[in-house]
Design a protein around this ligand. Structure first.
Ligand code: MRU
Length: 370
């Protein structure tokens, strides 16, 4: 991914005093300030990192996963020795697990970091945990790059492609999921026009997707969340691609609230609707979408909005009458039957239990390589 022409990642870790210096700082692009300010936020302890995930300084399933892995690596670096070591790590693991309930990558990554450190002498655990978190970040970036190559054949030059929320590189370590095929199409001479749903209430589409597509030079138009029906009916959208926070064993996919209604609309208008997600987002222990936990966030996210005033101040304003109440479910589930396919790092998989089980059973599934 490129920010002002410079290659970077969404999240990474640095040991200020070198590998033996004790502390580990988790650094991340502050997504609460974008698109108005580009700033790197530093998290000094695993508690700060957990808080950053909860407050959505970093968000998007694979990026949450990477931040969680680094957060647990921080806990290993901070933990006291001896008898207090294991309880400290257990508490940090639980704290990080409790930050956001829907995105599966978080749970996948926390388990991988804990397992990597388990069984080694206490003095080696911090280094092992950090090495595993780095490995997970590299793996995630590569999975997302391959998702782009898997989705590339779906594109024809000039296509109008709609997406919901932000499933680009800001939501991952690099490349993105739904936006990765868009970046590949752009690089391969099949440049699409992206229609980005603004995505109330947190406006990830208007704030983040529009910003990162501009960084990469991809044409983008923001549309109000309720504009897609009209545009689909007029034939102005040829394909929809979204990301996912968790994909169940039968292919039902949880993603940002509003995704489900876009999929229903797309079906009504015979427009292919794809979900792009790495295998780290698939939870085969969830038989279907009804068993995916759906996060309910603070109603204030619906009642207030944040933006930049004409004289350059970032301000929060109330939208609704004083005393008005709101509901704020953050995700919904799109049934597999509405999907044209699941774009993964192992190719495009049919959205059903048999095809998903086959793909997971066969690590030999041919993956695109160039
Ligand atoms: O609440 P968010 O911003 O974390 O929700 C993000 C999404 O819903 C994304 O579409 C999903 O995580 C896929 S990210 C590649």
């Amino acid at each position: 991914m490129k920010v002002q022409g410079k290659q970077m990642r969404t999240v990474w870790a640095e040991a200020p005093g070198g590998a033996d210096g004790g502390g580990l700082t988790v650094r991340m692009i502050d997504q609460q300030l974008l698109p108005h300010e580009f700033k790197i936020a530093d998290m000094a302890t695993h508690r700060h990192t957990a808080d950053a995930i909860r407050r959505m300084t970093i968000r998007g399933a694979p990026a949450i996963g990477a931040a969680g892995a680094y957060g647990l690596a921080q806990a290993f670096a901070e933990a006291p020795g001896g008898e207090q070591n294991a309880p400290y790590i257990d508490a940090a693991y639980e704290l990080l697990r409790q930050t956001r309930p829907t995105a599966y990558d978080l749970f996948y990554n926390l388990d991988r970091v804990r397992a990597a450190a388990a069984g080694s002498p206490e003095q080696d655990r911090a280094a092992r945990a950090l090495a595993e978190a780095d490995r997970l970040a590299d793996e995630s970036a590569d999975r997302c790059r391959r998702i782009g190559l898997s989705g590339l054949p779906l594109f024809e030059a000039g296509m109008h492609v709609m997406t919901h929320c932000n499933a680009g590189w800001l939501a991952t370590v690099d490349w993105g999921t739904a936006l990765s095929p868009i970046y590949q199409a752009h690089r391969h001479g099949k440049a699409p026009v992206v229609l980005a749903d603004e995505t109330r209430p947190r406006l990830q589409g208007a704030n983040l997707t529009a910003w990162e597509l501009a960084q990469e030079g991809v044409e983008c138009e923001i549309i109000a969340d309720n504009a897609s029906g009209l545009l689909m009916r007029r034939g102005e959208i040829q394909m929809v691609i979204t990301g996912a926070d968790r994909v169940a064993a039968n292919g039902d996919a949880a993603n940002k609230i509003g995704t489900y209604e876009k999929a229903v609309l797309a079906r009504e208008h015979n427009i292919p609707f794809y979900v792009a997600a790495p295998f780290s987002t698939f939870d085969l222990n969830c038989p279907d979408g009804d068993s995916i936990p759906i996060e309910e966030r603070d109603p204030d996210e619906v009642l207030y909005a944040q933006g930049k005033t004409d004289d350059g101040r970032i301000e929060r304003v109330r939208l609704a009458p004083e005393g008005a109440r709101a509901r704020n479910p953050a995700f919904d589930v799109t049934p597999a039957a509405l999907l044209a396919g699941l774009i993964t790092e192992h190719g495009i998989i049919e959205p059903n239990a048999e095809a998903i089980a086959r793909a997971f059973a066969s690590e030999a599934a041919p993956a695109p390589t160039n």
